[in-house]
Write a protein that binds this ligand. Structure first.
Ligand SMILES: *Cc1c(COP(=O)(O)O)cnc(C)c1O
Length: 404
C-alpha cells in the first residue's frame, strides 16, 4: 500500500455531471453534510427546520417524504420519525411537561397506554383515561392542567368511533391541544387537521408501508410553531430516520389508495360471510350499523379500512389455538394494513370500563390483505371446521361438563 492508496480509496474519479432524470426517488444518505464556506458552516443551526445541517436533522430524502405527508394530510408541516410509537411519545413529550395532564381514550393503542402510564407518569405527566364514546361530555374531565387530549378513532381492537369535532371544541375551549392517532383511517379516509385536530399522527408502518417490512411514523400539523416544538423535541431525543425507509414509504404511498380500496371491498365480503356464521357473535367495524359510532363514522369518514375484529362464542375459547394453527393464509401476527392477511388475538376487556356492550368470548382482529376473497374464505372455513370437529370428537363433552 502506498500513501496515494489512502486518498484514492476515499475520492473516486469525478464523473461528468450529466443530468440524470428518473421517476424513482433517490436515496440520499448522510450523517456529515458539508458546507460551501465558513459562514454557511457557522450558520448551520438555522437550517434545522428547513434545509440541511446534519444527517440526523434531515436529508433531501426525509424532507421529501415530510413534504409529501404534509400535503396528503392537508397540513402545513410534517415530521417523520422512526415508528408510530415514536410519534406517539414525541407528540406527548413535546406538548406536556411535569405537572401537566394528558387525556387518553381507553381504546388508545396498548403500548401507548403503557408509555403514558409507566414512562411519562414518573416524569410527573399525569394521565386520565376516558370512555371513547364521550363527545362534548368530555368537558368536565378537562382541567387547567390538561395540555393534551389524544383521540384514536376508531379505537384499537374494538373500533369505537369518536366524535372528534365535539372533543376538539371542548378541548380548545379548555386551552388543550388535540392529537389524533389516525392510523386506521389514514389521511385517505379521515383528515384530522380538517376536523380541528392540532396534531395528526399515523403509523406509516401500516397502510403506507403496506408490506409488513417498514417501521415509520408521522406527525402533521397546521402551524409552524408547533412543528418547531416537535422538531426540537425530536432533536433532543435523537430521533432520525433512514433514507432507505423513507423511499420504501414513498413506494408504499404510490399504491396505497389502490390497495386500501381493494382490501376494503374484500373485507366487506369477509364480514358478510362471517355475519352468517354461528361461531361468530359479533363483528366490530364502524361500517356495521350495530356498532357504536356508526353514525359518526358515516358523518366524518370517506370509507373504511380492511381491519376489524370478530367476537367468537365463549365456548370456542379453548379451541382457538388449533383453529388458528390450521390456517395457511391468515398468519398470526401483530401489525396490519399490509398485503398479507393477519390475525391478532387480544383481550380488549383488560383495563377497560366502557365495554358493557361487548359480548363475552375471544376477540380476533383481522387485517384483510390482497389475497383472493375465495381463498381467504376457504382458509376461515378450515379454521371453523376445526371447531365443529373438536366439538364432535368430544362425545359427552356437554353432558360431562354439566355433571361436574
Ligand atoms: C401500529 C400502531 C401504532 C404503532 O406503530 P409502530 O410503527 O408499529 O410503532 C400506533 N397506533 C396504532 C393505532 C397502531 O395500529
Amino acid at each position: 500500500m502506498t500513501r496515494a492508496d489512502d486518498t484514492s480509496h476515499i475520492h473516486p474519479p469525478l464523473r461528468s455531471q450529466e443530468p440524470f432524470q428518473t421517476v424513482a426517488m433517490p436515496v440520499e444518505r448522510a450523517s456529515t453534510i458539508v458546507f460551501r464556506d465558513l459562514e454557511a458552516f457557522e450558520r448551520r443551526a438555522e437550517r434545522v427546520y428547513d434545509g440541511f445541517s446534519y444527517g440526523l436533522y434531515g436529508t433531501p430524502t426525509s424532507r421529501q417524504l415530510e413534504d409529501h405527508i404534509a400535503q396528503l394530510e392537508g397540513g402545513v408541516r410534517a415530521l417523520v420519525v422512526p415508528s408510530g410509537m415514536a410519534a406517539l411519545t414525541l407528540a406527548t413529550m413535546a406538548v406536556c411537561q411535569g405537572g401537566d395532564r394528558v387525556l387518553v381514550p381507553e381504546t388508545l393503542y396498548g403500548p401507548a397506554r403503557d408509555m403514558v402510564l409507566r414512562f411519562l407518569g414518573p416524569l410527573g405527566i399525569e394521565t386520565t383515561s376516558y370512555d371513547p364514546r364521550l363527545d362534548a361530555e368530555i368537558a368536565p374531565l378537562l382541567d387547567t392542567r390538561t395540555r393534551l387530549v389524544w383521540v384514536e378513532s376508531p379505537g384499537s381492537a374494538t373500533f369505537e368511533v369518536q366524535d372528534v369535532p365535539a372533543i376538539v371544541a371542548a378541548a380548545h375551549r379548555a386551552g388543550a391541544l388535540v392529537a389524533a392517532d389516525n392510523t386506521w383511517a389514514s389521511h385517505l379516509l379521515f383528515k384530522p387537521l380538517a376536523h380541528g385536530v392540532d396534531i395528526s399522527m399515523q403509523a406509516l408502518s401500516k397502510h403506507a408501508g403496506g408490506h409488513g417490512d417498514l417501521l415509520l411514523g408521522s406527525l402533521a400539523v397546521r402551524d409552524e410553531a408547533l412543528f418547531r416544538r416537535l422538531k426540537d423535541t425530536a432533536r433532543f431525543l435523537g430521533y432520525g430516520v433512514s433514507p432507505e425507509d423513507c423511499v420504501l414509504c414513498e413506494r408504499g404511498l404510490m399504491t396505497m389508495p389502490v390497495r386500501m380500496r381493494h382490501a376494503a371491498v374484500t373485507a366487506q365480503a369477509v364480514m358478510s360471510w362471517l355475519a352468517g356464521r354461528d361461531e361468530v357473535s359479533r363483528i366490530l367495524h364502524p361500517s356495521q350499523p350495530d356498532h357504536p359510532g356508526h353514525p359518526v363514522w358515516k358523518r366524518d369518514f370517506a370509507g373504511s379500512a380492511a381491519v376489524f375484529s370478530l367476537v367468537l362464542r365463549p365456548e370456542l375459547a379453548p379451541l382457538q389455538a388449533e383453529a388458528l394453527h390450521r390456517m395457511r393464509l391468515f398468519r398470526l401476527g401483530a401489525s396490519w394494513g399490509g398485503v398479507h392477511s393477519l390475525i391478532a388475538v387480544s383481550d380488549p376487556r383488560k383495563g377497560r370500563t366502557s365495554l358493557d356492550w361487548l359480548p363475552s368470548g375471544p376477540v380476533w382482529r383481522l387485517s384483510i390483505g390482497l389475497e383472493a376473497l375465495e381463498d381467504l374464505l376457504a382458509d376461515l372455513e378450515t379454521a371453523f371446521a376445526s371447531f365443529a370437529e373438536a366439538t364432535r370428537s368430544q362425545p359427552g363433552h356437554t353432558s360431562g361438563r354439566a355433571a361436574e
